[in-house]
Design a protein around this ligand. Structure first.
Ligand code: 2AL
Length: 249
């Protein structure tokens, strides 16, 4: 199967790292193509960045669907590799393939291996975004706390050792203070830290990129894709003015 992994921010190094993490856990028959929008924030650290990034996500879904229609290898599933799951429901309207957000995927897996988990994310200002998702997805009572390592997202690229130390310290606090049986990493850019953090904390650590890839494979294997009955049906045919005209009928 072919999975299109979309990094909603526009930092190629992060796209590459997440693509490598996805490839490492993918099944032998799964091909991963990691992409990012041409336009948008270099990192996603709040509501404004998320809103802009969502348009880039939709562009990449449209591009994937178009490749499939124009004789290219169709996309069997999409992964939105940003912990805010930007544009998730809108993206699901654009395709009959599964679209998996890394936050939703990580929450699901964490509930299968623990009765309570905590989230460790980047900046304090993004905590409320994870809290909104927990509520929206129905995992609020499973999560003990959403913690922030208080690092800018791009420190994961530019100061990897410093970022790791902050994240590991917050993971230890989650283990010792929250009564959490597992930890969810709250940023796509943390995906390649998961083995070191598992070793550091001694408890299960779930990262969303791998979780989303395996859930996409499971859905594909069961012949399940996004329902086109009801609110996730393809958008009604209409014109879109100005810069979004390419979405139009
Ligand atoms: N909470 C986060 O740090 N989310 C993210 N911002 C990004 O640019 N990628 C993420 O996963």
């Amino acid at each position: 199967m072919h999975i299109r992994l979309i990094n909603p921010n526009t930092t190629p190094a992060m796209t590459e790292r997440m693509g490598a993490c996805a490839t490492r856990v993918a099944a032998p028959g799964t091909r991963i193509r990691a992409v990012q929008p041409a336009d948008g924030p270099v990192s996603i650290e709040g509501h404004f960045d998320e809103a802009l990034a969502a348009v880039g996500v939709l562009d990449e879904i449209r591009r994937g669907e178009e490749e499939g229609r124009n004789g290219g290898a169709g996309v069997d599933a999409y992964v939105i590799a940003c912990f805010g799951d930007p544009g998730l429901l809108a993206a699901r309207e654009l395709t009959a393939a599964p679209v998996i957000g890394i936050a939703e995927a990580a929450f699901h897996l964490a509930t299968l291996i623990s009765t309570r988990f905590s989230v460790v994310t980047t900046l304090g200002r993004t905590v409320v975004i994870a809290e909104h998702l927990l509520r929206a997805y129905g995992f609020e009572h499973h999560c003990r706390k959403v913690r922030a390592a208080e690092i800018p997202v791009l420190d994961l690229e530019e100061d990897a050792d410093g970022a790791f130390a902050c994240i590991a310290a917050e993971c230890r606090r989650a283990r010792d203070e929250d009564g959490a049986g597992a930890i969810v990493l709250g940023c796509g850019g943390m995906a390649d830290l998961v083995d070191r953090l598992r070793a550091e904390t001694g408890i299960p650590v779930v990262e969303g990129v791998g979780a989303a890839v395996k859930l996409a494979e499971a859905l594909h294997g069961l012949g399940l894709g996004t329902s086109k009955h009801g609110d996730l049906a393809f958008p009604r045919a209409k014109a879109y003015a100005g810069r979004f005209s390419y979405f139009g009928a």
